[in-house]
Design a protein around this ligand. Structure first.
Ligand code: MG
Length: 265
């Protein structure tokens, strides 16, 4: 009995001693209030959304509104873009080559829609191949491509790091939400441009988040370099760059684009 009383007394002393030690540092501090973690600046500017989420909001740069290709030029000689505008969309003109925006961009949110024609033929990379170069550069590979190619239901077999939704020959898409040929697909892409040191080496790599038809296909993916068909992907120092659409040289029927806009970030 005596032992138990002593033990209890010892325990009480230890407990009260350690409690005093823990409480001491906070004893003179006022309690944290809800408003201590509430900020009021900077106030985000108001943006009017489009009537539907695929229509440009009030702060968008319109790159194609269905009427003309005034915002685009031929990549090879900067002459007016010669792709065919019809019915609110434009169709790739393969012999005339790639086209790119007149304006240059750094970081942005891009909306772009594409259609693989219902009568598409060919297979693999030769079936509705095009592509969006998120920054068109003068490097050996010409920029960073997110792939456009027929991919409905995984029926068109090709290497998965070259299928629709891929960062070409780098990053396999998380899933494949592509629609069937003859139906419009919607890409929403967030591009964070790379930054470079004065000596030309890369300081921070580019990042891509992409939704295809509203479904996440690239989640803040860190790009390893410019897209190369053969070999490694490397960075070559560049600044603000155009966005380029690919006229792929395969024999399949040309695809179309429409409703292209972006928001600079
Ligand atoms: Mg391509």
């Amino acid at each position: 009995m005596k032992t138990l009383v002593l033990s209890t007394l010892t325990l009480l002393l230890i407990t009260s001693g350690s409690s005093a030690q823990i409480l001491a540092p906070n004893a003179n501090k006022p309690p944290i209030k809800p408003e201590d973690t509430e900020v009021y600046e900077p106030v985000p500017k108001v943006v009017q959304p489009g009537k539907t989420f695929d229509m440009p909001p009030s702060d968008a740069v319109i790159l194609f509104d269905g009427k003309n290709l005034d915002e685009w030029v031929s990549s090879k000689d900067k002459s007016p873009a010669k792709w065919k505008v019809e019915n609110g969309a434009f169709t790739v003109n393969k012999p005339s080559g790639d086209i790119q925006t007149k304006k240059t961009f750094t970081n942005y949110q891009l909306h772009i829609e594409y259609l693989i024609p219902s009568y598409i033929t060919g297979s693999g990379q030769a079936r509705g191949n095009s592509g969006i170069f998120l920054a068109a550069t003068n490097g050996k590979a010409g920029g960073y491509e997110i792939q456009v190619v027929d991919g409905y239901n995984n029926e068109n077999k090709t290497y998965v790091n070259g299928m629709v939704g891929s960062i070409y020959k780098e990053s396999i898409p998380l899933v494949n939400p592509a629609k069937k040929a003859g139906e419009w697909n919607v890409y929403d892409i967030i591009w964070t441009a790379p930054t470079f040191n004065d000596d030309g080496t890369v300081k921070t790599k580019a990042r891509v988040t992409a939704f295809l038809n509203g479904v996440l296909v690239q989640n803040n993916y860190e790009v390893q370099g410019e897209t190369a068909y053969i070999g490694t992907h490397d960075y070559v120092k560049h600044g603000p760059s155009p966005i380029k659409l690919q006229a792929h040289g395969d024999k399949s029927e040309p695809i179309s684009y429409r409703n292209i806009w972006l928001r600079e970030l």
